[in-house]
Design a protein. Structure first.
Length: 161
């Protein structure tokens, strides 16, 4: 048997679903993107990486769906050349952690830096002297993230334990 309170709740829910075209209501009830919950992000650089020079690395979080499609297809050279302009033209849509690691270095970033953000894309982009995409999309949004910077390219792995 349905009570008056549950009937009102059901009616309100149906009304909100009918207003699905109203993005403000929809986004407040069902926020877009995926919530990040990384415990930590570890970066390790090989002893002879990048011809024995530091490697610039950006951990890029994108909070806009259209911008996410654009950035996901960018090569590292294009990203680093256009990063400042993208930040200016898309305030609030990008969160970037920029690091530079010398060969043989290891660094661990606390997960608090990345948790609770809702993103459409998480991507790691590294600036190597060698040609290539040097762009890895991260599809794991919780657990521990490991970035291994090798001599001429890098890999990303995730574990939920």
């Amino acid at each position: 048997m349905m009570t008056a309170a549950s009937s009102r709740w059901l009616l309100m829910l149906m009304l909100l679903l009918c207003l699905g075209g109203c993005s403000t209501v929809k986004n407040s009830l069902f926020p877009p993107g995926v919530k990040l919950n990384w415990e930590r992000v570890s970066l390790t650089t090989a002893a002879k990486s990048n011809r024995d020079f530091p490697v610039a690395v950006d951990i890029v979080l994108v909070m806009d769906e259209t911008l996410a499609r654009k950035i996901s297809s960018m090569k590292a050279g294009d990203w680093f050349a256009s990063r400042a302009g993208l930040i200016k033209t898309h305030p609030g849509d990008l969160d970037i952690e920029s690091l530079e690691l010398v060969p043989g270095a290891t660094i661990t970033l606390p997960g608090k830096r990345f948790t609770q953000k809702r993103v459409f894309l998480a991507v790691i982009i590294a600036d190597y002297f060698t040609s290539g995409d040097h762009n890895v999309r991260v599809d794991s949004f919780k657990g521990k993230l490991s970035i291994e910077l090798g001599a001429t390219d890098f890999s990303v792995s995730a574990s939920e334990k």
